[in-house]
Design a protein around this ligand. Structure first.
Ligand code: PDD
Length: 281
């Protein structure tokens, strides 16, 4: 992979930040990840909109404008030589030259990198569906961190993952402050019931893949809405799938000890997966 830092393109092994950077010390940063498929970015504008929105709400300033950032990302991909890449752009609070504890004194930093594409689910899991556990861990409440700011606060998600591994599952879903289903480590979730699609409305990252599912549903005449999903409801679903830039639309066929759709990948999920990848051609 190739990284961009301080005006230079570097091999990943040389891309390093200071331990004093507030992004590292306080998770005071925002980022976005976009994927490149067959040499082309997928919905880059939406990722840039979300990134610039997060930067603004965190009251940080990027040292480059949107056009320049687009060209930095393009250069990282070209220099990496990868046709299918996972591209991350990051803005951190940086650090203060005087070690001030006032975030306004810090010099904000931008960095980016392109590495080979990696998915939440591997090929076998995409064929048979994932086994997911529901963890009691509560996702950061939206009044604490605005979920539309893509952030590195993953202590809750990582705890969820370990809960899942301890129970023999492959990944986790964690809950919101009301105990409803929220999201998982790097993905949103959808249920299909009687032909209608649903996904949690509040306290989750407004995923670009989630949005793409809404767009696909509109195109093929399926109804999708954002609303609360209880832990009991998700297990009664006809189909469940998760969505992420890291893997697209990925089927779930088991939640805790409950088989979803008799443990088979459902037809709506399959259709959306096909349409999703057709959009990449
Ligand atoms: N993660 N929820 C969380 C907490 C995420 O981190 C992500 C994405 C999503 C899905 O959003 P999108 O469809 O825009 O990728 C939901 C990225 C891929 C990551 O882990 O780097």
């Amino acid at each position: 992979g190739v990284a961009f830092m301080d005006g230079q393109y570097l091999p990943m092994s040389e891309a390093k930040i200071s331990v004093l950077d507030w992004g590292f010390l306080h998770s005071d940063a925002t980022y976005d990840t976009v994927h490149v498929w067959n040499g082309r970015f997928f919905r880059l504008d939406l990722h840039l909109d979300r990134f610039f929105g997060g930067v603004e709400r965190l009251r940080m300033k990027l040292p480059y404008d949107r056009e320049k950032i687009e060209s930095i990302l393009t250069n990282c991909v070209a220099l990496s030589g990868h046709k299918s890449a996972y591209v991350e752009m990051i803005c951190t609070r940086g650090s203060s030259p005087t070690f001030s504890r006032d975030p306004r004194q810090a010099e904000n930093r931008f960095m980016a990198f392109a590495v080979p594409f990696g998915s939440v689910a591997n090929k076998e899991q995409l064929e048979r569906g994932l086994h997911v556990a529901i963890s009691e861990t509560v996702r950061i409440p939206p009044k604490s961190i605005d979920p539309s700011i893509k952030n590195y606060h993953w202590l809750d998600l990582v705890k969820g993952l370990f809960d899942a591994y301890d129970r023999g599952a492959e990944t986790a879903l964690i809950v919101d402050t009301h105990g409803h289903i929220a999201e998982g480590p790097g993905f949103n979730v959808f249920v299909v019931k009687d032909g209608f699609l649903g996904t949690p409305a509040f306290g989750v990252l407004p995923g670009i893949t989630r949005r793409t599912v809404f767009d696909l549903c509109a195109e093929i005449g399926l109804s999708a809405t954002a609303a609360d999903i209880s832990r009991a409801k998700i297990k009664e679903a006809d189909e469940v799938f998760i969505t992420s830039t890291a893997g697209g639309i990925m089927p779930v066929t088991r939640i805790d000890d409950t088989a979803i759709a008799n443990g088979l990948v459902g037809s709506v999920t399959r259709r959306l997966m096909d349409l999703y990848w057709q959009k990449h051609d």
